[in-house]
Design a protein around this ligand. Structure first.
Ligand SMILES: Cc1cc2nc3c(=O)[nH]c(=O)nc-3n(C[C@H](O)[C@H](O)[C@H](O)COP(=O)(O)O)c2cc1C
Length: 174
């Protein structure tokens, strides 16, 4: 099996992370993989916000928990110390597709580097609110952005789960 096939098949969503921070040199490689994803009309719409500051990371986790309707104390990022948020300008019609591909690339790259990751949802609600607008203000980004997803990244504190069998009947040839 090629290295790429192995990475694609072995990558799994991780739901238990060690608190150790991911070195920036590794995060940068993951981000680069996201930036190199295919994108509609070559517009390179996706923007990636790397959050490693614990206070800000915890505020985002708490907002995500609140949006998801979970009780205080639940961490929707499962303890991951780094969060890569993908957003795209709403004016780009393929922005959500482009951002999703970036997230896919980043998950594979994280796995290749021996890191765990998981896509965490509810970025749309986050960036449609003042909470998200404050994040954009903090980084000095103007404009109307759609939240696409968060990639929680860190060192897995669990065994890598086996891939479930693929559901049948999902491929058709004409
Ligand atoms: C669009 C999308 C949103 C997701 N949102 C969440 C989430 O909010 N919380 C979570 O625990 N997992 C989330 N996941 C992870 C999925 O549950 C996971 O990918 C799925 O169960 C398949 O497992 P695998 O990634 O290990 O193959 C999300 C995945 C995708 C693609």
């Amino acid at each position: 099996m090629s290295e790429l096939s192995k990475i694609i098949k072995e990558r799994r969503s991780i739901r238990n992370f060690k608190p150790d921070q991911v070195p920036k040199v590794l995060l940068d490689q993951i981000i680069e993989a996201g930036l190199y994803a295919a994108n509609g009309r070559g517009k390179q719409a996706p923007v990636i916000i790397a959050v490693t500051n614990k206070d800000i990371r915890d505020q985002i986790a708490d907002e995500n928990r609140r949006i998801g309707g979970w009780d205080t104390g639940f961490d929707p990022f499962y303890g991951a110390p780094a969060i890569l948020i993908v957003i795209a300008e709403k004016s780009v019609p393929t922005g959500i597709y482009d951002g999703s591909l970036s997230l896919g690339n980043m998950m594979l790259k994280a796995h290749e580097l021996g890191l765990g990751s998981i896509w965490i949802h509810r970025a749309k609600e986050e960036f449609d609110s003042d909470f998200g607008r404050n994040i954009l203000d903090k980084i000095g980004l103007d404009g109307d952005y759609e939240g696409i997803g968060h990639l929680a990244v860190g060192y897995a504190d669990c065994e890598l789960p086996d891939p479930p069998a693929r559901r049948e009947g999902r491929v058709f040839y004409l």
